[in-house]
Ligand binder design. Structure first.
Ligand code: ZN
Length: 316
């Protein structure tokens, strides 16, 4: 993956699997992973839209493909089968030029010491899932939407044990940190313990917060940063969750987050093939212009900020 990143300068990821499956008839409370066997055509439809829109990397429909999540649907004995099937479907859509990344989401359990699932048991569950993804022939593994460092560690250990390259993202959705209080800087420091190819942020609370998160990771020395932000802000409308992001919003976010230092760029919840297409066009047609958070929030041409700075200097 890093070879292709070096050639192109950035990589386009994909959009949302879950919210697009809901558009194709998945009902809230159903297991999206069960569709890898029951409705392979619909899962492929989502992959195909992203491949046609310009994805360099697509993620398998296995976000909840660990035994703890699958147990909610009495599918905990099909972990290997469902993960293997998902990779096969993604591969059929990816062709030779697009990479297939095996998606790994949280267990859904709270990990010790706050919760009851031990780190050892979490790692065992992730190892089971990663072995299914590896058997299926994934090019790399993709840990996402994590909020707890102990769980992230368990997932990274499991991913590393396969010998495949892997990437990891956390969701910074609670006042700039993860739900469990991990800051972007702490996350960058933590990832130095693992041989991950790339790491960064996904999901969260909309493009603006994600720009801030990526800017902080860059300042903390983060490399090969991933940005996979939601398509705007979720709102509850007519009995369902909808996302407010337009194609223009997502294109702007893609360009800005690239300039802040993200190299692997895609969308999370609510992002369709159309959004992704707009993002890919924007990235292709706008050369990289490195920007820092400070430049972004305080442009040099802004006379207000100049006078504030002068005032501060003169009083010191
Ligand atoms: Zn999301």
């Amino acid at each position: 993956m890093l070879g292709r990143l070096k050639e192109k300068g950035y990589l386009a990821l994909d959009g949302a699997m879950g919210s697009n499956l809901f558009q194709l008839g998945l009902i809230s409370g159903d297991s999206p992973e069960s569709w890898n066997l029951e409705h392979p055509d619909r899962v492929k439809k989502v992959h195909q839209a992203f491949v046609q829109s310009g994805s360099d990397v697509i993620l398998t429909n296995t976000f909840g493909g660990n035994r703890h999540r699958l147990k909610l649907h009495q599918l905990e004995n099909q972990v290997i089968e469902l993960n293997r099937a998902a990779v096969k479907l993604a591969r059929e859509c990816a062709g030779d030029s697009v990479m297939v990344a095996g998606s790994i989401g949280p267990t859904g359990e709270i990990i010790e010491p706050l919760g009851s699932l031990s780190v050892k048991d979490a790692e065992a569950a992730f190892r089971e899932q990663t072995s299914g993804l590896a058997e299926g022939g994934a090019d790399l593994l993709w840990i996402e939407t994590m909020s707890d460092l102990n769980e992230l560690q368990a997932a990274c250990n499991a991913a590393a044990s396969t010998g495949l390259p892997f990437a990891a993202t956390m969701s910074f959705d609670t006042a700039g940190s993860t739900m469990m209080g991990v800051s972007p800087t702490q996350f960058v420091q933590f990832m130095q313990n693992f041989p991950a190819s790339a790491y960064g942020a996904n999901c969260g609370v909309g493009p603006d917060q994600l720009l801030q998160t990526i800017g902080e990771m860059k300042q903390a020395g983060g490399k090969h940063l991933i940005a996979k932000g939601n398509c705007g802000i979720p709102v509850f409308q007519e009995g369902e969750i909808r996302y407010t992001g337009t194609e223009e919003v997502m294109a702007n976010y893609a360009r800005e987050v690239r300039n802040l230092g993200a190299e692997l760029i895609g969308g999370c919840c609510g992002t369709t093939g159309l959004h992704l297409h707009a993002m890919c066009v924007e990235l292709e047609t706008h050369p990289y212009q490195p920007t820092t958070l400070e430049q972004k929030t305080r442009p040099p041409s802004n006379p207000k900020s100049k006078s504030r700075r002068r005032r501060r200097n003169s009083s010191s």
